[in-house]
Design a protein around this ligand. Structure first.
Ligand code: MG
Length: 379
């Protein structure tokens, strides 16, 4: 892999919190990616909601397949730009590890439960998973990942949380939110790849679910254009193959736009190294036209899919499950696994415990503790 000057170089990593001897054949970022793939939290992503609750169908994206698609897109963009593919893969595969069961409904409910105890935020939780909650090594908690991987995982952070992080780890991953600087180019890329991925796969899942139609999405300029071009080239194309051909063309266009725009910015800014790139304004970007296209698509999906009554009608029940689980465990910590029950920070332990659950485990636990079965899933 030939790396550009501004790419993160594993030989010059800011290192791990606990010193380790180098691996004989793998770079530090390859090791990070491998640790993430072998983690328990990574396997749980397969049963966590992306948009559709996990039990609603076998073919919808889950957090796991979403993360794999983000990694694929991020690597496709990283290579032609001379960025570090191993690092973007590690960040992409880990970026959603802190998500609660039931998607954003679960996170909102848990955040409300934790209002008086520091709140709950899924980006910070992803960092907690890799820093503290995974139990795999004899000498330390967490996966002991490199600074650059952890920096990319912490995509957003409030000022209050950043201050706390910076007190515990001076000059660490919280610092950039206080100094208002950018993360590495690889981390910036993963954010954009995340957006490209969900804009595309949510069209697919949305149409598959029957909640939106191909004709409806074709009203959105970005998708309509690619759908029209696909039909012009293949006049008999229809249904699922037309949907996939249009999504494929749209994905390619967004990827190529991101590569061309970012390349132009990199050539203009001439970052000397990864730290210089961090000090510059954002370098990874769509063009203005593609940004407007993506925003219009996002807006369409928000109003027609994410806010569709069939999606939101599950929200109330999902939040009830999380709220009642939280109340039960705070009252009876012994109902949690021993390691969580023994912790002194009771509310945070309960939040960590619930956040780690898959959708179906949360429903099973809820039924066990309350005798009520919500969301109609046979657990
Ligand atoms: Mg994501």
């Amino acid at each position: 892999m030939s790396l550009a000057a501004y790419a993160c170089d594993p030989a010059r990593t800011r290192g791990r919190r606990h010193a380790e001897t180098p691996a004989p054949t793998r770079t530090e970022y390859q090791r990070d990616r491998d640790r993430i793939v072998h983690s328990t939290a990574f396997r749980r992503l397969v049963y966590k909601t992306q948009v559709f609750l996990n039990h609603e169908g076998d073919l919808f994206r889950t957090r796991l397949t979403h993360s794999i698609e983000v990694a694929q897109l991020a690597r496709s963009i990283a290579r032609p730009l001379g960025l570090n593919e191993d690092l973007v893969e590690a960040i992409a595969l880990a970026h959603d590890l802190g998500h609660t069961p039931f998607g954003h409904a679960g996170q909102d409910a848990l955040n409300a439960c934790m209002a008086a105890h520091g709140g709950f935020e899924h980006n910070l939780q992803s960092l907690r998973v890799v820093d503290a909650l995974e139990e795999r090594y004899p000498a330390f908690d967490g996966l002991n990942l490199c600074f650059e991987t952890r920096e990319g995982i912490l995509k957003h952070c409030s000022r209050v949380n950043a201050q706390q992080l910076d007190e515990r780890e001076p000059g660490g991953v919280g610092r950039r939110f206080l100094e208002r600087t950018q993360p590495s180019v690889e981390a910036q890329l993963c954010n954009l790849a995340d957006e490209i991925a969900y804009n595309a796969h949510d069209i697919d899942d949305g149409v598959r679910s029957g909640l939106i139609t191909l004709e409806q999405v074709a009203q959105v300029p970005l998708f309509g254009r690619h759908c029209g071009e696909a039909q012009a080239e293949h006049p008999h194309l229809q249904g699922r193959r037309l949907l996939y051909e249009a999504i494929r063309r749209m994905l390619s266009a967004m990827v190529y736009d991101a590569i061309a725009t970012t390349r132009e910015r990199l050539q203009g800014a001439q970052p000397r190294d990864a730290d210089h790139a961090r000090a510059l304004p954002p370098l990874v970007s769509f063009s203005d036209a593609a940004r407007a296209d993506a925003a219009a698509l996002k807006n369409f999906l928000f109003h027609n899919l994410y806010r569709h009554p069939r999606v939101t009608e599950t929200t109330d029940q999902a939040q009830e499950v999380v709220r009642e689980l939280f109340a039960c465990y705070v009252q009876r910590p012994g109902e949690m696994q021993a390691g969580f029950a023994a912790r002194h920070d009771l509310q945070r332990a309960v939040a960590d415990y619930i956040a780690g659950m898959t959708d179906r485990y949360a429903l099973r636990e809820h039924e066990r503790l309350t005798g009520r079965r919500l969301l109609g899933a046979s657990a």
